[in-house]
Design a binder for this molecule. Structure first.
Ligand SMILES: [Zn+2]
Ligand SMILES: [Zn+2]
Length: 148
């Protein structure tokens, strides 16, 4: 059952962020859906706008510093329950790659991410999310290891 909400979305290069209705799919395996309670406002999101997406495909849901409560849990997730208060980490190290194995998770080659779960409601366009988060939104789906 998809969830519905709103998000601050960059719809195309050169445009201001706009509030759009969105739909959010259920979390996939290893993912959680978080109802966002608060989000930091960081210069990185402005950089994404100023660099015309900074390599991400439009539309883009801004925001990468969120906190909220777990609303739904994907298959196989352990240690989190509906209602848990979480902070979203914008980088969840894989613990498998050479950087992680040498004790340098900050430079993880393959940070864990959720699949594309957010769509612009009016046309179904799949949204990118800044730093795998997209916290300027009612809900975000993140990898369970990114929900601390
Ligand atoms: Zn930031
Ligand atoms: Zn890694």
């Amino acid at each position: 059952m998809p969830y519905e909400g709103q998000a601050a979305v960059l719809n195309e290069a050169g445009r201001e962020a706009e509030v759009e209705d969105i739909t959010i799919d259920d979390p996939g395996p290893g993912e959680v859906l978080v109802k966002i309670a608060a989000s930091g406002v960081c210069h990185t999101d402005l950089t994404v706008k100023n660099l015309n997406g900074n390599g991400m495909a439009f539309p883009i849901v801004l925001g990468h510093e969120g906190a909220g409560h777990v609303e739904a849990i994907g298959e196989g997730v352990q240690g989190l329950e509906k209602g848990d208060a979480v902070v979203i980490a914008y980088r969840a190290p894989c613990e498998q790659c050479p950087a992680c194995k040498r004790g340098d998770p900050r430079h993880c080659y393959q940070a864990l991410r959720a699949g594309p779960r957010v769509r612009r409601k009016r046309d179904g366009a799949v949204c990118s999310t800044v730093l795998r988060c997209g916290t300027f939104a009612t809900y975000a789906v993140v990898h369970a290891r990114a929900a601390i």
